[in-house]
Design a protein around this ligand. Structure first.
Ligand code: ZN
Ligand code: ZN
Length: 423
């Protein structure tokens, strides 16, 4: 029944065919005008205008530039669909006619290199279609447009600004991300689907000296090198074989000159895990090793630790995911697949977790299916397919936008379609 409702909404005379034109135009314009986290002003006002046009109750400026559209339509569950709006400091090299040449006032290039422009466009399309088809559903639809996903604080910012009071009780939360999979594909997964991420800045203290007099120093370069090597043993020796963790030292900075031993070194680490227990254990192991190595070196001062860019674990609710996966299987057939666990991270789940709402997060493909097939046959997926955050990542317009819009409508109607209105 949900399937029939989705087909009617999407493929009827007022369906996708009636929104595809403006969606594509909206997408090209948004892609050409990306905005960095917390600066999504133009995007937010265009989103708000579209939502008003579709007849939603619109709330702007939630947590800075966040926008919430609400469509109340009788008895039934409240479903929250979320899209993130921010872009990245990347210089676009896609060569597309609608490529971004935007920079900030200080010259930082800006690009929708993560595909959040797809998410915004699809959610606007899905909301418009549902608003136009009141006979198909009953309940409340919350369309949430979140700022600053890339800095891990946009969802939190909306919550801190009273999101819970604004939306009330929410029964199900859903969000999607465009991924380097063939366009037209949707992928769901039960349980942990995206990793938790933690970044850590570690400041190590040594004693500076002339490069020719190491005996007078506590060399923080050697200390840092030793720590970097020893940290590798956490994943290799402390995480159980069946558990997964990634620990990357992405930045190491010390000194300015070959013959000066500096007095400080700064490491920046990134940790990805798929359960809270492993997460806590890995973070504790880092601190233990750093402190011990500092003692081993005779460091004159305790090291300092600062956690930042922390993303929660995205852990899909089995019941919600099963229902959405069944709706996708009915709607997309063989193009509905199981999504592999992703090592990327997201702050979406902060919202449903704070609201006490079960949620699911799925992936949609954005890569030209022919290009994907060719790369797959050549065994070169990892080299030939542009991935999120790269300067050449640009989803093909179609069927990506259609697929993301269909997925949101089918996902929402799995809960809101008329016969389930009393759930
Ligand atoms: Zn991203
Ligand atoms: Zn993203």
């Amino acid at each position: 029944m949900a399937h029939e409702a989705a087909t009617n909404v999407l493929d009827g005379p007022d369906g996708l065919a009636s929104v595809r034109g403006w969606q594509e135009e909206f997408y090209r314009d948004l892609h050409a005008h990306p905005e960095l986290p917390h600066q999504e002003n133009r995007t937010a006002s265009n989103v708000a205008a579209r939502l008003r046009e579709a007849g939603l109750e619109v709330h702007e400026g939630i947590g800075g530039t966040g926008v919430v559209g609400i469509l109340r339509h009788g008895e039934g569950p409240t479903i929250l669909l979320r899209a993130d709006m921010d872009a990245l400091p990347v210089r676009e090299q896609t060569g597309l006619p609608y490529a971004s040449n935007q920079t900030t006032s200080d010259g930082t290039p800006v690009m929708h290199a993560c595909g959040h422009d797809v998410h915004v466009t699809c959610l606007l399309g899905a909301t418009t279609l549902l608003a136009r088809a009141p006979a198909a559903w009953s309940g409340t639809l919350v369309a949430l447009f979140q700022p600053a996903e890339e800095t891990a604080d946009g969802a939190r910012g909306m919550l801190d600004d009273g999101l819970a009071d604004l939306v009330g009780k929410v029964d199900v939360g859903m969000a999607q991300h465009v991924l380097p999979l063939p366009a037209g594909t949707v992928g769901t997964r039960t349980g942990p689907v995206l990793s938790a991420a933690d970044s850590m800045k570690v400041t190590l203290h040594g004693r500076g000296a002339h490069g020719s007099m190491p005996q007078a120093s506590v060399d923080p370069v050697v200390l840092a090198a030793s720590i970097v090597m020893r940290l590798q043993t956490i994943v290799a020796r402390e995480v159980a074989p069946g558990d997964t963790a990634v620990l990357t030292v992405g930045s190491i900075q010390a000194g300015t000159k070959s013959n000066v031993i500096p007095d400080q070194a700064v490491l920046q680490l990134n940790v990805r895990t798929y359960d809270e227990q492993t997460r806590t254990a890995v973070l504790a192991a880092i601190e233990r090793i750093v402190r011990a190595e500092c003692i081993a070196s005779g460091s004159p001062q305790e090291p300092e630790f600062e956690l930042f860019d922390r993303y929660p674990l995205t852990d899909n609710d089995p019941t919600v995911t099963d229902r959405v996966a069944a709706a996708f299987a009915a709607h997309f057939g063989e193009h509905a697949v199981e999504l592999a666990q992703q090592s990327a991270s997201e702050d979406f789940s902060d919202i449903p977790r704070a609201l006490g709402t079960p949620y699911t997060y799925w992936g949609i493909g954005g890569i030209d299916p022919d290009l994907y097939r060719t790369a797959e046959q050549a065994g070169c997926i990892s080299q030939d397919i542009p991935v999120n955050h790269s300067a050449t990542f640009a989803p093909v317009l179609q069927p990506t936008l259609d697929t993301g819009t269909r997925a949101l409508v089918a996902g929402a109607l799995a809960w809101l379609h008329r016969s389930s209105a009393t759930h």
